[in-house]
Design a protein around this ligand. Structure first.
Ligand code: GLA
Length: 407
């Protein structure tokens, strides 16, 4: 083929590929082409969530650099509902939300942020207030009318079988799709019915894969999942995550230090170390997990803020390819995760599962099967390095971004 013909041929091919890759995502998918980022009221505020709390969090997020880093949603979790009025319309608890939800959504939108809310696929939520079962269309319209942008939909007090779960989630999914406002749909049935297999078909943009996270590195108890129990449960789920739909390994415990009533199980867990929180955050970024902070943002310290707004980690999490990292190597106490990024780049996380120091020396070719030359940036220091080598403290991790090119 002559050069010009070949060029035209490849140009046509590239255009077709581009058109197909654009067409792969529906408008619904496009509400979550990358994992949603924000804050959720559950573990810290529980039934104390209020208009003032959400306004304070919005003010903090807009001013402290989190909004600029990509955090967007403020999600009001359980316990906001007052009841249903005589027209069957949901209304918020009048004492904690004195000006109503429309007012609050306007306030949050005024800060350039988005508001999320919570309900349940049964007559009552986990916290025992009114849920949306049998009122899916009415409630979706109400949420749209208030200006809600995100719905977390729980599964307490609902039948256990997967057929019913799918039907109930699809009913709310359909209602959201026709409510007249783009609303991100967060499915929360905790994993027992393998939602990664069907949640997208029910309209979900993210689906919880585990029971509630607790503020502890490892609980050694399958009923009270610590960060390591949750992390291990994500290992085979990578194929199900991608633009438009994400595995959700639950809220970020970062910065709670045992202060959340639910995540500490009323003081039973005292929280994690600063090192453990940074590994937790790095792992959730590698997993392309939704990044939902839980701590009280009014009292965030500089180090936690630096972690949560780390540009490289957020870029890894928000990478447009939308790949969830997989474990490519386990050696002694070391575990290595690899996340393909757009532009033939990779993120690598080496973490030390042991409670004592561990040295590492990871060879790109031999250990990771990566043969081309890479420029390597180490994320904590931001510096370029020539090898994936060092010593990790107990439960610490090192993260690298590998870009094709000369060292
Ligand atoms: C369930 C969910 C939590 C939280 C509570 C609220 O436990 O998994 O994330 O929403 O309900 O009651």
């Amino acid at each position: 083929m002559k050069i010009t013909t070949r060029f035209l041929f490849f140009l046509l091919l590239a255009c077709c590929q581009h058109a197909f890759s654009q067409a792969r995502y529906t408008a619904w998918d496009s509400l979550a082409l990358t994992p949603p980022m924000g804050w959720n009221s559950w573990n810290f505020f529980e039934a104390r969530v209020s208009e003032q709390v959400i306004k304070d969090m919005a003010d903090a997020m807009a001013a402290n650099g989190m909004k600029a880093a990509g955090y967007q949603y403020l999600v009001i979790d359980d316990h906001w509902v007052g009841g249903r009025d005589k027209h069957n319309q949901l209304y918020p608890d009048p004492e904690r939300f004195p000006h109503g939800m429309k007012y609050l959504a306007d306030y949050v939108h005024g800060k350039g942020l988005k508001l999320g809310i919570y309900s349940d696929a049964a007559p009552l939520t986990c916290g025992g207030v009114t849920g949306s079962y049998n009122f899916e269309e009415e409630d979706a319209r109400t949420f749209a009318g208030w200006g809600i942008d995100f719905l977390k939909y729980d599964y307490c007090n609902a039948p256990e079988d997967v057929t019913t779960a799918f039907a109930r989630y699809a009913r709310m999914g359909d209602a959201l799709k026709k409510c007249g406002r783009p609303i991100v749909y967060s499915i929360c049935e905790w994993g027992p019915r393998k939602p990664w297999l069907w949640a997208r078909a029910a309209g979900g943009h993210l689906w919880r894969t585990t029971w509630d996270s607790r503020d502890v590195w490892e609980s050694h108890n399958t009923n009270l999942t610590g960060m390591m129990e949750i992390f291990r449960q994500q290992e085979n789920l990578a194929p199900y995550a991608g633009p438009g739909g994400w595995n959700d390994p639950d809220l970020l415990m970062v910065g709670l230090y045992g202060k959340g009533s639910s995540s500490s199980v009323d003081g039973r867990f005292k929280g994690c170390t600063t090192t453990e929180y940074r590994t937790h955050f790095a792992l959730w970024c590698m997993l392309a997990a939704p990044l939902m902070v839980n701590m009280d943002l009014r009292t965030i310290d500089a180090e936690t803020l630096r972690l949560l707004t780390n540009k490289q980690l957020i870029a890894i999490n928000q990478d447009a390819l939308g790949k969830q990292a997989t474990t490519v190597l386990k050696r002694d106490s070391l575990q290595v995760l690899l996340k393909p990024l757009q532009g033939h780049a990779f993120a690598v996380c080496v973490f030390n599962t042991a409670a004592s120091n561990a040295a590492f020396d990871i060879q790109l070719k031999k250990d990771l099967d990566l043969w081309q030359p890479f420029r390597i940036q180490e994320v904590w220091s931001g510096k370029n390095v020539s090898a994936l080598k060092g010593t990790l403290a107990a439960h610490d991790c090192a993260v690298y971004i590998l870009e094709e090119g000369q060292k």
